[in-house]
Design a binder for this molecule. Structure first.
Ligand SMILES: [Zn+2]
Ligand SMILES: [Zn+2]
Length: 299
């Protein structure tokens, strides 16, 4: 986060906002800037990638599904926008600790004992570490003592859109993002790689809510994609994972996605539309017969 902080200070806060006497290293100033940058960054990431996904990937016919709520998109966006500032408060505390040098983040590839190899390993371990923790935190949030208070708002959406991706109770949202923040305090990680991974995991979270099941066939058993997460929203006790199916398989909560078997929500909508159309066509024929009948009688 100190890369973002330095850029924001250099181009905006130092020349235009704060008095020249206020040191860039001062903790109150850093907290304030981090709060602004984190809120704006989260909002931009969510709205930019959410909107792109909504218009170019999300299949809008899903909105015809009977479990799609009235004004759902507006409600998802409203809920997310209200939750993000609250999530940012504890997040900024962690960013501050990171900026003030308590994490294991490093600046240069040469700082890694294993060079580029170390960078690649750290990317993989980041994904496996966060996937494992998110799985258990998510399962824990489904416990009856916590579910109603914390996680239920995210399950209000049965047929999700990309905008449901950040629609969480603030405590739920923060807990599920905690693994991303814990990692750089436990393991060495390149600062730019961390920033890149942070953006990628946000985009991934949006993508598993878009109802688009296109994953290469050979990856389908391994990757926890949109098809898996759609079933999590629909059937509740399955597919708690984030990127991989690994922990669902270990934890006994794996369920082969209904979307892969032609029984997903999109298949339902297609069948529903076909039935309506054939019904319509049938009625049309009958009407034609009646009209023809009447016209014959008239003649
Ligand atoms: Zn859940
Ligand atoms: Zn979800």
């Amino acid at each position: 986060m100190d890369i973002v902080l330095k850029i924001a200070d250099y181009y905006f806060f130092t020349p235009y906002v704060y008095p020249a006497t206020w040191s860039e290293e001062e903790i109150v100033r850093q907290t304030l800037t981090l709060l602004i940058v984190t809120n704006l960054g989260a909002l931009l990431l969510y709205l930019f990638f959410g909107t792109l996904n909504y218009y170019f990937v999300f299949d809008h016919s899903l909105k015809k599904h009977p479990q799609f709520l009235e004004n759902q998109v507006q409600r998802e966006i409203k809920y997310s926008i209200q939750a993000l500032p609250w999530i940012s408060i504890p997040t900024v505390a962690l960013f501050l600790a990171e900026v003030r040098g308590y994490s294991k983040l490093y600046d240069n590839i040469e700082d890694s004992s294993y060079g580029w190899f170390g960078v690649i390993i750290s990317m993989l371990s980041f994904l496996f570490f966060t996937d494992m923790l998110i799985y258990w935190i998510h399962r824990f949030l489904h416990h009856k003592l916590l579910y109603k208070r914390l996680h239920k708002p995210h399950h209000l959406w049965k047929i999700t859109t990309p905008f449901a991706s950040h629609a969480f109770h603030p405590v739920d949202g923060f807990l599920q993002s905690l693994p991303y923040h814990i990692y750089p305090f436990c393991f060495p990680l390149h600062k730019v790689v961390y920033l890149g991974l942070y953006i990628c995991v946000n985009v991934w979270t949006i993508s598993i809510h878009d109802g688009d099941f296109r994953v290469p066939k050979f990856l389908q058993p391994i990757i926890n994609g949109s098809a898996h997460h759609t079933d999590h929203h629909l059937y509740f006790d399955y597919n708690f994972g984030q990127y991989f199916t690994l922990w669902d398989r270990i934890g006994g909560s794996f369920r082969s996605p209904s979307g892969f078997e032609g029984k997903g929500p999109l298949d339902y909508v297609r069948k529903m539309t076909e039935e309506k159309m054939s019904e319509h066509a049938g009625n049309g024929c009958k009407r034609e017969q009646v009209v023809n009948g009447e016209s014959l009688k008239d003649k």
